[in-house]
Design a protein around this ligand. Structure first.
Ligand SMILES: Cc1ncc(C[n+]2csc(CCOP(=O)(O)OP(=O)(O)O)c2C)c(N)n1
Length: 641
């Protein structure tokens, strides 16, 4: 990092020093933070536009509060980069999102300024409220508690559950609504329209003469808080005050105010600090502020690939690339929707991530972006299924965890034909433990009626989707965030609970569930060179498991190795153990490869897989004598939370 270029930032070892900086120096600091953000994305993909948008808000917050004592949660946590820079992590910043380096989300293991890992959106109000309540019960009543929540995260149901409880608790609490008009894609729904109306409110634009008249009634001198309250009263009298929805929920609504004006932000923060009840401060920011291409196309610049800034123009470092499983899945959905008019698809605010923009364009009536509302999405899909449609719920594995109860009650219990497509199932690499999709086998296979599948390669995926759309009950299929691979063969047709045998060998069997299958084929090839001949089986189904094929291997082979890119606890290997044990077979020669019972850090996907023994060499090692085998439970970096 060229520290000389960042005179203020490179010296800022504590946010407490912000107090001593002049207005000009704080503006200079904001410019330096933006420069560092631009430098980072010239080296690798990272969250960008959201971070550019919160620079001034972040500086103002740290200038007015002391978050070693006070409480601050950024929600969603990808807006954390300026906060990391200001809280003493400038010199490590170039390690962002790299294995062993800084995490792209708040991380309590990195700094006392990071309280929760907030990779999943919407929980900040609830956790801040808990902190508030806990501090109160412990007698620490002088701490300020602040949640900064994005307008994309704001429609999450848990936000309203928290608001409902905030007014009951009757304690001071500051919620800052960071309104940049965007989720990753343009925000959707009634709350979005409501926020749009508030943004055009005259209190913000100041265009109407009534505002000027109302505010002119208030003396300019005197206590700023009293003045502010008087202003509010006058504004309300003049019918200019927005935010009634929040007021009626028991929050004092203040704003909207300009989120790029540090002195103004500080003035308001000083005022609200003195209030006693819950407050919602509506701050208007621009996603991508300070870098024109990002402000103009915040969707692309949410997490852009590495690019160089050529005089204000972004020039990508690499273009093109091979299709990913996400592309294959999108194309499969699209062709199903072309062929059948009863098929619908829904995403919870991840249209861009799931690459479904062409579906949104072509089938606007059968495509649903529900916002960050996964629980709602699943229950909504259940309703559509009951009405006779064939809904596809396309949600990342990790975010679908939000809706486990709706999967249970609304879908599985009613045996409704909803298809779950779980993108990002497996290690999501630079995002880390909040985003790795490792638990879905465990949380899906426990429910009766549910069919749980995993394509072994790209050829399996469209076949599985087609199969699933013809089932009478619920089903799921999962695929990771990586380049699609196809094993050369004529894939066997998909049959319920039927695995596919790729090759046979008498020395052992590799039974793969999911897209590590090509690594298993490589491992078998490596072993064959050493004279060890193993079968490779594409399990395809976690539930119902192919008892016949798999238990045959268990009976006949000296060693059976199950492979999955999922948590071992409750996963595919566990299903094999259960089936063998239920059959009265010995299980001592079954070895499970997968993710150990720890949270796995961010890092390069291939390196993480190798460190966990899930690359071809690691899978082959499982067949070698014990001393040469490394147990997955001793591998991989973990993170304790
Ligand atoms: C529960 C959950 N669902 C989906 C996501 C994926 N996601 C990450 S950021 C984001 C948009 C958040 O919008 P906003 O809070 O307004 O932040 P902005 O990026 O606009 O600053 C989404 C949908 C998530 N993090 N958590």
């Amino acid at each position: 990092m060229a520290a000389g270029m960042h005179k203020i930032l490179s010296q800022l070892d504590s946010p407490r020093k912000l107090q001593g900086l002049s207005k000009a120096e704080l503006n200079q600091l904001a410019a330096e933070v933006r420069q560092v953000l631009c430098n980072l994305v010239s080296t690798r993909s990272a969250h960008f536009a959201s971070n550019l948008g919160v620079v001034e808000l972040c500086i103002a917050l740290h200038a007015e509060f002391d978050f070693l004592h006070d409480r601050l949660i950024w929600d969603t946590g990808h807006q954390i980069y300026p906060h990391k820079l200001i809280t003493g992590r400038y010199h490590e910043f170039s390690t962002m999102r790299m294995g062993g380096g800084l995490m792209g989300y708040p991380n309590p293991n990195e700094s006392p300024y990071d309280l929760f890992m907030t990779g999943h959106a919407g929980c900040s109000l609830a956790t801040v409220l808990g902190l508030r309540s806990g501090d109160h019960l412990r007698g620490e009543t002088d701490r300020h508690c602040v949640a900064v929540v994005g307008d994309g995260a704001f429609p999450s149901g848990i936000v309203y559950e928290a608001m409902n409880n905030a007014t009951e608790l009757k304690r001071p609490l500051l919620v800052i609504l960071n309104d940049n008009k965007m989720s990753i894609c343009p925000r959707v729904g009634g709350i979005a329209s409501y926020l749009d109306r508030l943004r055009t409110n005259t209190f913000y634009t100041g265009l109407k003469t009534e505002v000027v008249r109302a505010l002119n009634k208030v003396p300019v001198l005197g206590d700023p808080v009293e003045r502010f309250l008087a202003q509010m009263k006058e504004a309300i009298k003049a019918g200019l005050h927005g935010g009634m929805l929040f007021e009626e929920l028991g929050f004092s609504y203040i704003g909207p105010i300009d989120g790029h004006n540090i002195p103004l932000l500080r003035k308001y923060l000083r005022m609200v600090k003195k209030q006693t009840g819950p407050i919602l401060l509506h701050v208007v920011t621009e996603k991508g502020h300070g870098f024109e291409p990002a402000a103009e196309d915040p969707v692309f610049f949410h997490t852009p690939p590495a690019f160089e800034d050529h005089n204000g123009k972004a020039v990508l470092k690499t273009t093109g690339g091979k299709p990913s499983y996400t592309n294959i899945a999108r194309d499969a959905i699209l062709s199903q929707m072309k062929a059948r008019d009863d098929v619908t698809v829904m995403t919870a605010a991840m249209c861009q991530g799931t690459k479904m923009e062409p579906i949104r364009e072509e089938f606007p009536d059968r495509f649903f972006d529900t916002g960050i509302c996964e629980s709602f999405t699943v229950a909504f899909a259940a309703g559509q299924a009951k009405a006779g449609l064939r809904p596809i719920v396309n949600i990342y594995s990790t975010f679908l965890q939000r809706s486990v109860d709706q999967i249970f009650q609304e879908v599985a219990l009613q045996n409704l034909p909803v298809t779950f497509m779980l993108d990002r199932a497996g290690l999501t690499a630079p995002d880390g433990p909040t985003h790795h999709g490792l638990f879905d086998f465990g949380y899906l296979r426990i429910f009766p009626n549910m069919v749980v599948m995993a394509p072994g390669d790209a050829a399996d995926l469209p076949l599985m989707l087609d199969f699933s759309l013809n089932l009478e009950g619920p089903s799921s299929l999962r695929y990771p965030k990586t380049t699609a691979e196809t094993i050369e063969r004529t894939p066997a047709p998909i049959e319920l609970g039927r695995a596919e045998i790729l090759c046979e060998g008498s020395d052992g069997a590799i039974i793969a569930c999911g897209t590590l299958l090509p690594r298993c084929v490589e491992a078998a090839e490596q072993l064959a060179k050493e004279g060890v001949h193993v079968s490779v089986i594409n399990a395809r189904f976690v539930k119902p498991i192919d008892r016949e094929t798999i238990l045959n291997e268990v009976r006949q082979k000296p060693l059976v190795v199950t492979v999955e890119e999922a948590a071992l606890a409750g996963g595919f290997g566990s299903a094999v153990l259960e089936a063998a044990s239920d059959e009265g077979l010995s299980t001592s020669h079954i070895r499970r490869l997968g993710l150990p019972d720890r949270f796995i850090e961010h890092g390069d996907r291939n390196k993480l897989l190798a460190s966990l023994g899930l690359d071809a060499a690691g899978i082959a090692r499982a067949f070698l004598p014990d001393g040469e085998t490394s147990s997955p439970s001793e591998q991989g970096r973990s993170v304790s939370v």
